[in-house]
Each structure stands twice: as C-alpha cells, then as structure tokens.
Design a protein around this ligand. Sequence first.
Ligand code: ZN
Length: 312
Amino acid sequence: MSPGIEGGRLGCVRGVVRGVAPGPTLIVVGGLHGNEPAGVEVGALLLARLAAAPPAAGEVVVLAGNPEALAVGRRYLARDLNRQFTPERIAAARTAAAGGVADVEQRAALALADAIAAIVARARGPVFAVDLHTTSADGVPFSIVIGSTATQEFAARFPLPGLVGLEGSCGGTLGQHLGALGCVALAIEGGQHESAAARTNLEAVVTIALAASDLAPHGDDTRAAEAQLTRAGAAHPRLIEVVLRHAVDEARTFRMEPGFANIQRTPQGTLLAREGDVEIRAPFDGLVLLPLYQLQGTDGFYYGRELTPRRA
Ligand SMILES: [Zn+2]
C-alpha cells in the first residue's frame, strides 16, 4: 500500500496514514469527551500535516472518541465514555447493541474497541497511543501514566507533570483498555476546554509523540514542542501520585471552592469543597488535582502527593 490518507469520516476513524515499510503505530484519540474538541482539532491538523509529508514506515491513526456528543458539545449523553472500557461493560454494550438498545456511549465504546482491535491486529511494530483531553479548571498540561515500564519511558519523553496511580480510583478508561492490549498509552490533559493554550499544548504533545514513537526524527519542531510544554508546566512536580478520589453523586450538593487550578499545592486543612453543610478539607500537605467545575461528572477532585522521580 502506498503512503497516504484513507478512512475519511467512517465512524470514529478520522484518518489513517500508512507507510510502505513496517514500523511503529501511533494512535491519536481526541474528543472522548464531547465538550473537549481541542483533541479532535489537533488530530485534523496532524492528518493535514502528514498528507503533505507522510511517514515512510509505520502507521498513524486519528480517532474521534464520541462523535455524537462532540456534535452537541456535551461531555456525554448517557454515560461517561471514558469509564466504559472494562471487559464487563464492553460485553454489556455488545448485548445492548445486539438487542438494538445500546445508548450513544455504548455504541461509541464498541466502535472504538473494534477500531483499536483492528489497528493492533494489523500493526507492524509497537503501538503507541495518546488520548487527548482538556479540563474544566484552568491549569498546566499533564500526562496520566498507567502501568508498564514502557509507558513510563514514553511518558518521560514529554516534559510534563505525570500523574501515576489514577487507575486505582478510576476504572474503565480508554488508556487502561489500550494498556491491556499491549499498547504504550498515555492520556494527556492539555489545559482548559476551548482555550488556545490547550490546543497549542496538545499540538506539541502530538509532535513529541511522533518522535517518541520513532515515526519522525527528533528535529527542530520536536525541540520547539518540548520548549512549549516545559514553559507551560514549569514549577510543577514532575511526578505526582494520586492518593484519593472524592466521588460525587450525580444528584449532588457538591460545590468545589472557586479558584483551584487542575494541579495546585494545598496545605493540610485547606477548604477544598462543600457538600451540603459539610466542609471538605485537604487531608495533608499535598496537591489538589482535577477539581470539578462543570455540570457533568462524578469526580469531585483527586488528591495527591509529590513523588521523587527515579533517576536513571
Ligand atoms: Zn476528558
């Protein structure tokens, strides 16, 4: 097959660029949450760039996670797509689909699972993936690092704060699904929804991902992208362990205190949120992570501590 773009707008697959020679695969996912269009826009830019200069080897695939929620700008319509990737939920989605009663996110999860299975089956080298997100709070970009040593090595190529241990309190993510298939996968939070900075940061992430997966040389554009992310994430810990998740009921009285960034140091006892009349305070000197400032979602906030990165 000659290099070029195929796939067009078939479901979740926004484009495939396949080189003649064997090589690594990079999967770029955007819009898993429908109120996070920046990742989809960055994916489209990547396809345009690769159309002009396709890789000689390997494959790049751009996926749009939740096209129906993206079309209406909502995080999700029936359920959070980024919690549907457990074997049990995928099986339940298949049963629902067979009976013609699958909801939007069940259909989207199946489309993604099937597309990814096909990509992994035809891969001619290691498979890397970056799942691009944005957050409701303002703040620095960071990566969510799951599992394997190879993933931690891939994460280390991005000059971003990395969160480890999130999978302990947050099951069924696409990143975990990719990891279980043997892919080297990172979820990346680029910054605040709709902000120009988030798009710029996610563009830099994709540029570095091409070099880190050996689909492109480590050139001037990679160095510029590294400088961009270094500026954006300066003064933040490089490695943060997630210690707890404050879950929020859908019919909630939870209210995050205003003004927290998506990674922010907080002394013990800092008032973080209120739930009815109950005050929720920082349990120790640590970091509040991903505070909830949007209507939808069941993660009130996460709380973590700084880790000292191991030196090679
Ligand atoms: Zn998201």
